[in-house]
Design a protein around this ligand. Structure first.
Ligand code: SAM
Length: 284
């Protein structure tokens, strides 16, 4: 086997040396093929001079790819202390461009650590993947501090993120993601690409923020109408929106949205119109 461009041992050897048997409870499904991890790194665009925030570097496969592809600085948050010695070797081999924070990514504010606009790149632990995505998509102000999110999800979650109206996977996550971002699937990865293989296939999603939302709406009110509509997705809006406002039919009329539609068929533009109408109704 040819050596790695960074002179470090192959990941299988790193895992054996440091005793990194995968823990299911931490969502550990490792990528050992550097060609694959470099493909993920490249999906984040040219990395020369770029700062990257990574969640869950594990034994360092994707981290090494990010550094080989030229990232100026990688800050990686890892919950499993067993991985730290292996990651220290990665940092040393790359002139200290890697900084590792031991801890829970849910407790770390990237905005307080990164010094320039940053990109998030991660093969996410699936048990917290959606929660992390929702946090990154709902910062205090827009546009966010990050320039893009390049994230590995279970394929089913990836499909929900990029779905459009009229599809069974169109839902709260699709609206949240697409209201203020371009979202696309870069490529799929079969379960067997991981060690150990998870139960389901995966996909890499790339999200790029728009300077402004596609349609104006108050984030809190948009979430309220979308949550109500998809909370009872089989019901017509005049019924399902009652959890957002008792005057659901009047809200539809004020927004110019047909009250007999079901959430599956309501477009992003219509959800935003409903959110604005809800705002006007509460103000009036
Ligand atoms: N990046 C490595 C790769 O691609 O092979 C590992 C990816 S593995 C799917 C997920 C990683 O996230 C594991 O290393 C796991 O220990 C770590 N992890 C799990 N929960 C975490 C959390 N709450 N915060 C930070 N890292 C976490």
């Amino acid at each position: 086997m040819s050596g790695s461009p960074d002179g470090l041992p192959p990941l299988r050897e790193v895992i054996a040396t440091h005793g990194l048997a995968a823990k299911k409870s931490l969502g550990q499904n490792f990528l050992l093929d550097l060609n694959l991890t470099r493909r993920i790194a490249r999906a984040a665009g040219p990395l020369e001079g770029v700062e990257v925030f990574e969640v869950g570097p594990g034994p360092g496969g994707l981290t090494r790819a990010l550094l080989i592809e030229g990232a100026a600085r990688v800050v990686a948050v890892e919950r499993d202390a067993r991985c730290l010695p292996a990651l220290a070797e990665v940092s040393a081999a790359h002139g200290g461009r890697l900084e590792v924070i031991e801890g829970d990514a849910l407790q770390v504010q990237a905005a307080e650590i990164m010094t320039a606009p940053w990109r998030v790149v991660a093969n996410l632990p699936y048990y917290v993947g959606t929660e992390l995505l929702v946090r990154w998509l709902t910062p205090g102000s827009w546009p966010p501090g990050w320039e893009s999110l390049t994230l590995m999800f279970q394929k089913e979650v990836a499909e929900r993120i990029v779905a459009g109206p009229g599809s069974k996977t169109w839902g709260r996550l699709s609206v949240l993601a697409q209201w203020r971002c371009d979202a696309r699937i870069a490529f799929d990865l079969p379960a067997r690409a991981f060690t150990p293989p998870p139960k389901v296939d995966s996909a890499v999603v790339v999200l790029t923020p728009l300077p402004e939302p596609r349609f104006p709406a108050e984030p809190r009110l948009l979430d309220r109408v979308v949550g109500a509509a998809f909370g009872q997705r089989r019901k017509m809006l005049r019924q399902s929106l009652k959890t957002a406002t008792p005057a659901a039919a009047a809200l539809c009329e004020a927004a110019g949205v047909t009250e007999t539609l079901r959430a599956d068929d309501v477009s992003l533009e219509q959800f935003c119109a409903l959110a604005r109408a809800l705002g006007e109704a509460s103000a009036g």
